[in-house]
Unconditional design. Structure first.
Length: 337
């Protein structure tokens, strides 16, 4: 089970800066003409990436593309981990004119990417894996050749989605976006209001404990907040998200529990990995794996989708946070007792 996520430069070519479509994270027509250059940006790995000219032909991973598009910067190509019709980052965006280079994790059409003549590749930096999105261990070796087409840069999946969103705002600004537009300010205000409502709900349930979990055929995975910035944000706002005792040393995003030990933790509310969550999933897993219902919250149906590893914008975070706020309000802090 994995989290959802130098190089040879190519000369900068014509600008492809345009307004985004009907994006809930909403940047509107916030792009400006890209500055001529020189250009530099400090990557999530700590390395400074430089170019003689400001990049304008950008290929980006799905969430990172959504972040750039929220500031009005339209990539020439996107690679995703699933269908662009279902990817939560992309499903509300107008992708007209953007080449889709992959819709499965680890598989990128590098030949098609090369034909786009990119001058920048944008993908998150994953600290535990020390790799950018699309270049991690397990990705097809052919797909990793994407990194040979242009410099690779991205913001770190670090300690906060707020910091991640701010980082992509900085990247967008360096590429010529007008990041002070009224639409962007409105999204930030909506996010601030959502945070305030979430904090209020959590304060009213001081004893409530939650665990972020992902049931799968072989194991039950319990998320380690240390490597899940959205969970760290929730903790910083007062929610008692359980830190698993024994994360996998080789892939510390999760503690891996056998189904016999599925009930090692007894939270009052389960934050269910949103990549596999459906309205009927809890009941289905209870039938498939009876030990799932040994977790009292699962037995009680106290589950809510957790936006696992995909958030990149203030607008999307506000939307998801509002859902979590309602779940906290409805939760019983005695379920796991």
């Amino acid at each position: 089970m994995r989290a959802w996520r130098t190089v040879v430069a190519v000369a900068a070519l014509s600008a492809v800066l345009a307004g985004c479509g009907d994006d809930s994270s909403g940047g509107g027509d916030s792009a400006a003409a890209a500055p001529a250059g020189p250009w530099s940006f400090t990557d999530g790995s700590g390395q400074v990436v430089k170019a003689d000219k400001t990049p304008t032909r950008i290929i980006a991973h799905a969430g990172e593309a959504a972040a750039l598009m929220s500031f009005g910067i339209k990539p020439v190509g996107i690679f995703a981990d699933e269908s662009v019709k279902t990817d939560p980052n992309l499903k509300n965006l107008d992708l007209t004119g953007i080449e889709i280079l992959g819709e499965e994790w680890g598989k990128i059409d590098v030949e098609k990417a090369a034909a786009l003549r990119p001058d920048l590749i944008v993908g998150d930096w994953w600290p535990a894996e020390k790799a950018h999105s699309g270049m991690e261990e397990g990705v097809d070796e052919k797909s990793k050749k994407l990194a040979e087409l242009a410099p690779v840069v991205g913001v770190s999946q670090g300690k906060s989605i707020v910091a991640l969103a701010d980082g992509y705002e900085d990247l967008a600004a360096s590429l010529g976006a007008k990041v002070d537009s009224p639409e962007i300010a409105a999204n930030k205000k909506r996010f601030e209001d959502s945070v305030a409502a979430f904090k209020q709900a959590v304060a009213g349930k001081a004893d409530l404990t939650v665990a972020a979990m992902s049931p799968a055929d072989d194991k039950v995975y319990v998320a380690n907040p240390e490597y899940a910035p959205e969970l760290l944000d929730l903790q910083s706002w007062g929610l008692k998200v359980i830190n698993p005792a024994s994360p996998d040393p080789g892939f510390p995003y999760w503690e891996n529990l056998s189904w016999e030990n599925a009930d090692k933790y007894q939270p009052d509310l389960i934050l269910w990995d949103g990549r596999s969550f459906t309205a009927t999933a809890n009941a289905e897993w209870g039938k498939k794996q009876p030990t799932w219902f040994k977790i009292k919250a699962a037995k009680a149906g106290a589950v809510v989708a957790w936006p696992a590893f995909w958030l990149h914008t203030y607008g999307d975070f506000a939307t998801e946070l509002d859902k979590l706020t309602e779940a906290v309000k409805a939760a019983d802090p005695n379920v796991g007792a």
